[in-house]
Design a protein around this ligand. Structure first.
Ligand code: ARG
Length: 433
């Protein structure tokens, strides 16, 4: 396999490279650096993933840096992001290291996929991104590129240039006339990544895991203490594992996520402060806000409780950490994630129905659930004495006879009785010595 990372080989001619471009300082410097270093053209790709920023601004910025109009791509990816990436992941109930709902990780493969499509349209010969050499995002972009465009070269300037840190970047920007937006005083000094699923905050003061996340950091959730004193009950309808309506009103996937973000955020739901293990080996501390995703996971679980068979649920839950780690580590486009997805989607089929979620001061709890495909049988489960044939008609196929429990428990206990016997004889042997 050829080495696609052209670290030292600046002389190999590159004609056109597609760059993931936010329009911020880093990617603007990278744009100019690529043009200079490779004497090549750069096409920019900017995605709207519901980050809440005006993506159109990237057009002017790219133009000002000499990018041809036909090489500037700005796409609204909110629908595929939620329908084809976030919802399939929620079906798996995926959480990394038990807590992180993977809001940044799940966005990268989609951006990479669209960049590859643009590269093919333009017959570009390379792909580039502005991720640093320490984080997970470089891994996610480049593994997606490897799966989707194994022939294209990958340029990761942060790993190869000599612009070590912030000051060097600023100096480079000044030398090349790249406008540097002066941050308003009091602007956050940490790295933020936002989309429809979450907002993440890393770096700056947050790097000290003993430093408490200040209330001013959060942008998408209300402080639970200041959240409404009255709980709100929200009815969420699911079809085959995906949420489709709120309080009886149908929503498209991105609109549903936006709306539930608003409601859950208002009630202070979905804040997380954690230290996670990065793919690159180090620990890192992040603060995350995932109001809608948190609410949906809890609601879905409530519906699974009545619709999923015990062993199916256990199997899916056993595999969940593997699935989450595929997403976290950049293996979205991989045979193992696709195989797991097949299982996850199959298990999601009966997960249809309605859940009432109570939103109250930072917590979301299921207070009612129903499904046309419920496995729950009041007749089987009831504490009350029930006759197997209450209506006098045909007896139900699934029937619980309390007398069966005796034999069931006796056989389950058999090996425990033998084990008790063994322990006794071992103790006896020890006593003889
Ligand atoms: N630690 C999280 C992750 O790896 C969030 C990363 C945020 N990325 C960023 N470029 N600020 O998924």
């Amino acid at each position: 396999m050829p080495d696609r990372n052209q670290k030292d080989n600046h002389k190999d001619k590159i004609r056109l490279v597609v760059l993931a471009f936010s329009g911020g300082l880093d990617t603007s410097v990278i744009l100019r650096w690529l043009q200079e270093t490779y004497d090549c053209q750069v096409a920019t790709f900017t995605a709207d993933l519901g980050q809440g920023e005006e993506v159109e601004e990237a057009r002017e910025k790219a133009r000002a840096l000499g990018v041809k109009s036909e090489h500037i791509f700005i796409e609204d990816l909110r629908t595929p992001f939620v329908a084809d990436f976030v919802f399939p992941m929620l079906r798996a109930g995926a959480r990394y290291e038990d807590l992180y709902l993977l809001g940044t990780a799940i966005a990268r493969p989609l951006i990479a996929q669209r960049m590859v499509e643009v590269a093919r349209r333009l017959s570009a010969d390379a792909l580039s991104h502005g991720c640093t050499g320490k984080g997970n995002d470089q891994v996610r972009f480049e593994l997606a590129f490897a799966a989707l465009a194994p022939d294209l070269r990958v340029l990761a300037p942060w790993r190869s240039w000599d612009l070590g840190g912030r000051q060097a970047l600023l100096a480079y920007a000044k030398r090349h006339g790249i406008p540097v937006a002066t941050k308003p005083s009091g602007a956050p000094a940490y790295s933020i990544d936002a989309n429809l699923l979450h907002v993440s905050y890393e770096g700056g003061e947050l790097e000290d895991p003993w430093h408490k996340v200040e209330d001013s950091v959060w942008t998408r959730t209300q402080n639970p203490q200041a959240a409404p004193d009255e709980p709100q009950d929200l009815c969420i309808s699911f079809v085959a594992g995906d949420a489709v309506a709120l309080d009886g009103k149908a929503f498209s996937p991105p609109d549903l996520l936006a709306e539930i973000n608003r409601l859950a955020g208002h009630h202070g739901i979905g804040r997380l402060d954690m230290v996670e293990s990065r793919t690159t080996g180090m620990k890192s501390r992040g603060a995350y806000e995932t109001p809608g995703g948190t609410a949906l996971l809890i609601a879905r679980r409530g519906l699974e409780q009545i619709t999923l068979d015990r062993e199916v649920m256990r199997l899916r839950d056993d595999l969940m950490p593997r699935y989450a780690s595929c997403v976290y580590s950049g293996f979205w486009f991989s045979p193992e994630r696709l195989a797991l997805q097949g299982l996850v989607d199959e298990t999601a089929c009966p997960v249809s129905g309605e859940v009432v979620l109570r939103l109250f001061k930072g917590s979301a709890s299921v207070v009612a659930r129903r499904s046309p495909h419920s496995l729950y049988s009041e007749q089987v489960s009831s504490f009350e004495e029930t006759s197997p044939d209450p209506a006098g008609g045909n007896a139900p196929v699934a029937e619980y006879r309390q007398s069966d429990a005796e034999g069931f428990i006796r056989l389950q206990g058999l090996r425990l009785q033998l084990w008790a016997e063994q322990k006794r004889s071992l103790a006896e042997d020890k006593g003889k010595k």
